[in-house]
Ligand binder design. Sequence first.
Ligand code: NAD
Length: 456
Amino acid sequence: MLNVHSIIQRQRSFFAGGKTKQVEFRLEQLAKLKQSVKDREKQIIKALKQDLNKSEFESYATEIGFLYEEINMMMKHLRSWAKPEKVKTPMTHIGASSYIYPEPYGLTLIIAPWNYPFQLQLAPLVGAMAAGNCAVLKPSELTPNVSALLSELVQSTFEEEYIAVVEGGVEASQALLEEKFDYIFFTGSVAVGRIVMQAAAKHLTPVTLELGGKSPTIVDEDANLEITAKRIAWGKFTNAGQTCVAPDYLLIHKKVKEQFIRLFQTYINEFYGENPLESDQYTRIVSERHFKRLAGFLENGTAVIGGNTNAEKLMIAPTLLDGVTWDSPVMQDEIFGPILPMMEFSTLDEAIGHVQHSPNPLALYYFSESTEKQERILQSIRFGGGCMNDTLMHLANPNLPFGGVGNSGIGSYHGKSSFEVFSHQKSVLKQTTKLDPPFRYPSFKHGLSMMKKIFK
Ligand code: NAD
């Protein structure tokens, strides 16, 4: 059904031609990518509205603007990042100098999910191109308008032998995973991440897995509650909670719970009005299957805020769920929707203990004015990345590598890390033939005693 094999063969021979090794070529292609996105801003916003009811504001901030920042940073630094780096050489290697050459892997496969369907496909591509690779992109089938637009954008900007898009669902993904790539970059669920890693193992292909998980949000008794409620409402309900690093659940100190609920309601109203289900600023749920899965969670507790839905429009109001326990179904897997279950704690140790017993999350957010307690959180819990007194913002700093740990993923990207993740570090020692000290050779009389003096 798919001409996947022939695309890959053509990309192999294009890569072998060496054009992508030239930094000038890479810079030209990145500029072309940026221009193609600029030319299509209206269509991108329209496709995101059709597929997810994303507002123009969110589409620009989280999909288009974000991508421009990645391209700009890459273009600014590429010449220096792509240069071989001279490193120190020990005295034992007298006469030699040592270098690290960043080198493209070759053919890369980039598989994307549906929640930020544009940005999560193209931001890794920026890294792949900057590092000098060819790429095959596989957008999500659940956002068909964005998928079609990505295909059109790539086809009209690049030769297929350099960058190609293969649209389709699981079968398309599986057909691609049968092939040998030199690097696979996958963003999606933990379950599919396992499938991707198994497929990659057959060819010993290295992988980056950008996965998800249940990201805890802990609000302590000394938090600045106004700002806390505002930033959690923003981080949770952006994209209707369908964000890999969205606050998944809330652990709240029991002394501040009532006040938090009041403030949380205030900010939800401020952002999305009295009836968020009618708001054009509020994203819908991607599919009926996900809508039903999420609506089921509303039975797991009492909605102290929200709880109403519109099945026809696939919308669920921003919801704060009380009366939830660690055993509730909503606490078993990543929620990935606008429902925030809330549980109380009395001491920070109690909150830390609960989180330590859960799989390593992709993100963690802690709200407290105490730097000592912030440090305690950082020292005792393993998580991909996160914020103190904020949500989501760490991923928008290109100087912070973005990725998970344990169950939430392998590897990281953004900014310089995007260049590094798609580059092999080739280590090279350049030796002179003018000298040849005898110490290393077996015939040298005092070899052993010299070795013992050097390596002690
Ligand atoms: P998904 O794993 O269902 O799908 C991701 C991609 O894999 C899609 O392109 C899909 O077509 C493909 N796929 C699905 N089933 C497959 C199979 N059996 N074999 C091969 N390929 C298959 O994920 P999703 O529902 O699109 O996205 C939601 C998940 O992604 C959440 O868990 C979320 O946390 C995670 N996510 C992570 C990040 C991150 O940066 N870490 C970002 C966004 C989303």
